[in-house]
Design a protein around this ligand. Structure first.
Ligand SMILES: N[C@@H](CCC(=O)N[C@@H](CSC=O)C(=O)NCC(=O)O)C(=O)O
Length: 278
């Protein structure tokens, strides 16, 4: 699959690039950010799935991960959060549904299903684009994300244990079936409520617990979305019942912003680098 590198900056001895390519899964042009550490590779890959209203740009410009990723020798990939383009269905009056809010699902309901195939895009198509064009080692991949992207990381990591060596998340939506953001998105994108469980970490963990791998979650206690949308304790309870090791760290005074993410992203990089070694 061919790509077009639309931006390319040297950073901490490596390269930060922005890449455009045609996506079969999403039926249009997609962009992602990739940081390549110094050296010839092949490099292990950490995916950072971003939250509502975001693109590749937010974590790439505000996460501050490049220096440590260069030191650890990890490539960091920041995909977009939805399909884009004039012909892609949207709800222009809402920021939590439509463009910028793909929820990392394969939509089955019209009119969303034509383009909103973000689960397949992240799990299947994007790794193939990376393998075809960059010095990456797809036998060493792991996944993290923020908020809606934290939900995506938990869902995708739990459902594909052979593909991702470790899972972490910042302020994730953990029980989408129970909160407004999740109910609105799953209700719109999926034809039937029977399909919701496949995208709900509190339900998935009972089936997909990875008993030998700890999941890391960081959550700010001053996050406005904590109680209405996130509820990490619901996932902690589900993990306990399923025997899934979880390190849920609650941080006094931190909110939902990239000031919080950038404070702890280095620790997540180290967590993933340990899993990606060897
Ligand atoms: N536009 C909204 C705020 C949206 C917001 O806070 N988005 C978060 C992710 S929320 C869950 O997925 C985010 O990461 N924003 C980008 C950033 O750079 O901070 C509003 O106006 O309230």
């Amino acid at each position: 699959m061919s790509i077009n590198i639309v931006s390319d900056w040297k950073s901490f001895g490596g390269r930060q690039q922005v890449v455009e390519h045609e996506s079969k899964a999403c039926g249009g042009t997609m962009k992602f950010g990739i940081f390549l550490p110094p050296g010839d590779g092949p490099h292990p890959v950490l995916y950072f799935l971003s939250g509502l209203t975001c693109s590749w740009q937010n974590v790439t410009e505000k996460g501050g991960f490049q220096r440590l990723a260069a030191e650890l020798g990890v490539a960091v990939v920041a995909p977009d959060t939805s399909p884009r383009g004039e012909d892609v269905h949207d709800t222009p009056d809402r920021w939590d549904l439509g463009k910028g809010a793909g929820f990392y699902v394969n939509a089955t309901a019209e009119p969303w299903s034509k383009h909103y195939q973000m689960y397949d895009y992240i799990v299947e198509e994007l790794p193939q684009v990376l393998a075809d064009n960059f010095p990456v080692d797809l036998s060493r991949q792991s996944i993290t994300g923020h908020s809606m992207g934290g939900l995506g990381a938990l869902v995708i990591g739990l459902r594909n244990p052979e593909q991702y060596r470790a899972i972490s998340a910042f302020s994730p939506i953990v029980a989408p079936s129970e909160v407004q953001w999740g109910q609105d998105a799953l209700g719109a994108y999926l034809q039937s409520e029977d399909e919701w469980a496949a995208y709900d970490p509190t339900k998935l963990v009972a089936k997909y617990a990875q008993k030998d791998r700890e999941i890391l979650i960081d959550q700010g206690k001053a996050d406005n979305f904590l109680e209405p949308q996130l509820r990490p304790q619901r996932f902690a309870d589900a993990c306990k019942a399923a025997g899934q090791p979880l390190n849920l760290r609650l941080h006094e005074g931190y909110d939902h912003s990239y000031y919080f993410i950038s404070t702890f992203l280095g620790e997540h990089l180290e967590f993933h680098a340990r899993a990606l070694r060897g």
